[in-house]
Design a protein around this ligand. Structure first.
Ligand code: ZN
Ligand code: ZN
Ligand code: ZN
Ligand code: ZN
Length: 95
């Protein structure tokens, strides 16, 4: 105890890392960690805007939100929409 070498935050390299991001496994300080979802600020920025759980891989062509594989619907080889816009467009076409 007490002999464990302290690791510095891999983002700012200034503060001591007290947390580990659950996505990228980076050691980060409190300043660069999001306590509510357990991920670092870097991952937080590229997180799916719908579920906030997975890293976004696509951008919705309607609302421009970044979305993960699970929250996106592929329209064709290059275009994706988020589930929100997908269902919305379905509802609109019905009326
Ligand atoms: Zn930091
Ligand atoms: Zn991370
Ligand atoms: Zn998602
Ligand atoms: Zn959308």
């Amino acid at each position: 105890m007490g002999l464990r070498k302290k690791i510095k935050c891999e983002i700012c390299e200034e503060n001591y890392a007290e947390y580990v991001c659950k996505i990228c496994k980076r050691n980060v300080c409190l300043d660069h960690f999001n306590l509510s979802n357990g991920i670092c600020v870097v991952c937080n920025e590229s997180l799916c805007e719908l579920c906030r759980e997975y890293l976004a891989t696509e951008t919705c062509i309607y609302c421009g939100k970044i979305i993960c594989e699970r929250c996106s619907v592929q329209l064709d080889t290059v275009r994706y929409v988020c589930l929100n816009c997908y269902y919305k467009s379905k509802h609109v076409s019905r009326t």
